[in-house]
Ligand binder design. Structure first.
Ligand code: PLP
Length: 450
């Protein structure tokens, strides 16, 4: 008999009594119990099917229950479930090799972590020790994880209850043309002014005090903010000028989400450290990591790195990363993500924008898109106020409820809904999701004045 029990609703009810959920007032939530999942869909216990336009937390890049990925995990479980990081291990070595081979040249080492937050923690630790400096520049409208250091880097309201931040974080504005902090009207202006702002910030803070600049290559949860041409190269040049390390957080944007292994492949920029997690194995087993440049790695050739994790390079996680990368290649999943973006999502969202006055802007690439909902297209007033909760958030809550009643699981954040399906989705699945979005957007249109 199964040691796990029946997997039925009685067991699910134990969740209500015993499980403490992330980011929530425990009495206020009623989590939907999920019975099973396959491909781009999951099902609740009532048998209702949802098309996942959120890829869970934008991590289910390969889709649910990919049979070859499941088989690889089972195979590894039968061979060796766990071995601590001080030993060498075949799948750990293979995972590191495959990941470094897909990274920009000069990043040849991986430090494996349990997820994205601890990847960022360790990247910053490496930067501080490598440079002997303390400050880190981090962007407003960013998310880097919820552990002490990662939440300090985070530039969205989730950090507010944890402030004051770990000392040494300095905040900057990244480019966001639709709501420009620089009163820019073109991509070029936004790029130039965002770089000028950074340059001045570095001067005022003292370049010799700054260890690293952290950015999400394409900002994820805070709006799918695609950098304008020239921005990443400009940041790289500024960092080089002052010996500041550039850390690219590719936790959400990497491994297929932007139609490439890394989002930065679109711009050919090489950071000193890259953090990853999520899409590397779609979260079938928790894993993250830091890709380290040869220069930074050399700092720790003779000097011990003061950090470690019991599960760094966990064999089940590494086996699933190895299998996932091979499946991505065998099945042309990066090309599928690019095709979905160019041929289905971009035209589909453009058409929705012509029909729905609540749509202020659509933007994105690959399977990484944002729809910005507004009350008024002319003023760009967001559909709900920044960080709205309770009654203030009602228009977005109603929109999300409309999606769910249609059978679409949306990803919403503030006044935006993101279109972030698995990279393995079919064009018909994405069209089906866009049709459900079309219906749900009518709920948002009712709050517009346009
Ligand atoms: N960095 C980015 C860009 C993310 O989107 C996330 C999670 O959403 C993280 C870091 C944190 O990753 P984790 O939740 O695995 O700690």
């Amino acid at each position: 008999a199964s040691l796990l029990g029946r997997g039925d609703e009685a067991q699910v009810r134990a969740d209500d009594r015993h499980v403490f959920h992330s980011w929530s007032a425990q009495a206020a939530i009623d989590p939907l119990p999920i019975e099973h999942a396959q491909g781009s869909y999951f099902w609740d216990y009532a048998g209702k099917r949802y098309l996942d336009f959120s890829s869970q937390l934008v991590n289910m890049n390969i889709g649910y229950q990919h049979p070859r990925l499941v088989a690889a995990i089972v195979e590894q479980a039968q061979r060796l479930c766990s071995i601590q990081p001080a030993f060498a291990n075949d799948v750990r070595g293979e995972a590191a090799r495959l990941i470094t081979e897909r990274a920009p040249e000069g990043l040849n080492t991986v430090f494996f972590t349990n997820g994205g937050a601890d990847a960022n923690e360790n990247a910053v630790r490496m930067a501080r020790l490598h440079t002997g400096r303390q400050k880190v520049l981090a962007a407003y409208r960013s998310y880097h994880g919820s552990t002490a250091g990662a939440i300090s880097l985070t530039g969205d309201p989730r950090r507010w209850p944890s402030e004051p931040a770990v000392p040494g974080t300095v905040r900057y504005f990244g480019p966001y043309l639709y709501r420009s902090a620089f009163h820019a009207e073109t991509k070029q202006e936004e790029c130039d002014r965002a770089l000028a702002h950074l340059r001045e910030l570095v001067m005022l803070e003292g370049p010799h005090t700054i260890a690293a600049l952290v950015l999400e290559t394409v900002v994820g949860t805070n709006g799918i903010l695609v950098p304008p041409p020239g921005y990443l190269d400009g940041v790289r040049a500024l960092c080089d000028e002052h010996g500041i390390l550039l850390i690219a957080d590719e936790v959400m944007s990497g491994f297929g989400r932007c139609g490439e292994w890394f989002a930065l492949d679109h711009w050919g920029m090489t950071p000193d450290l890259i953090t990853f997690a999520k899409g590397v194995n779609s979260g079938y087993v928790p894993i993250g990591g830091v890709l380290i440049s040869d220069t930074v790695a050399a700092t720790f050739a003779d000097r011990p790195f003061p950090g470690g994790l019991t599960y760094s390079g966990h064999p089940l996680a590494c086996a699933s990363a190895v299998a996932s990368i091979r499946i991505f290649e065998d099945e042309g999943i990066l090309a599928n993500a690019r095709m979905l973006g160019e041929e289905v999502i971009a035209p589909g969202l453009a058409e929705l924008a012509t029909k729905h006055p609540c749509i202020g802007e659509v933007r994105g690439l690959g399977v990484f898109w944002a729809v910005e909902l507004v009350r008024d297209r002319a003023t760009r007033e967001p559909l709900v106020p920044f960080n709205a909760a309770g009654a203030d958030a009602a228009p977005m809550t109603q929109f999300a409820a409309a999606c769910k009643s249609e059978g679409l699981w949306p990803f919403t954040h503030f006044n935006r809904t993101h279109v972030v399906p698995p990279c393995t989705s079919t064009p018909d699945e994405v069209r089906e999701g866009l049709a459900m979005l079309d219906v749900a957007l009518e709920a948002a249109d009712r709050h517009t004045t346009g």
